[in-house]
Design a protein around this ligand. Structure first.
Ligand SMILES: [Zn+2]
Length: 142
């Protein structure tokens, strides 16, 4: 008695095949449905005239400084929100700004034994991204 079990390619049910090796589906209807589905998924109609515009080559590599500056902008925005929203209408004091600055400068550690970039931006270790970044401006509050 042959108890060999196949798994239906369509409904994933296990079944005892009537024709071993050749059978892939538990029933005729699964076989038919599978073919229908296949045809639906890959319609063989050539799309003439509606060609998608060819992708322009992506810009390679955002500059490190760009990332760094954007990151700073994010930090400033986030920290700024927490300062300015909690205490409504109260103008930021110098202390607030220094607090903000120190939170940013804590994030970036100047790497002394690394050459500055061609444009003069020194290298920093970004403790949040865990990456070396070149920043043209680090908050001058240091
Ligand atoms: Zn089936």
């Amino acid at each position: 008695m042959d108890k060999y079990l196949y798994t239906c390619d369509y409904c994933a049910k296990t079944y005892v095949p009537k024709r071993r090796y050749k059978q892939r589906f538990c029933s005729n209807s699964c076989r038919v449905n599978s073919h229908k589905r296949k045809n639906r998924l890959s319609p063989a109609k050539p799309d003439v005239g509606l060609k998608a515009p060819s992708d322009k080559p992506h810009k390679e590599g955002i500059s490190m400084a760009g990332i760094g500056n954007a990151a700073i902008a994010n930090v400033v925005t986030e920290v700024g929100k927490s300062i300015f929203i909690k205490e409504e209408n109260k103008p930021a004091t110098k202390g607030d700004l220094q607090n903000l600055a120190s939170r940013i400068t804590e994030r970036y550690i100047l790497i002394k034994n690394m050459d500055v970039r061609a444009d003069g931006a020194p290298a920093y270790f970004d403790t949040t991204l865990k990456e070396i970044v070149h920043l043209k401006f680090l908050p001058p509050w240091k």
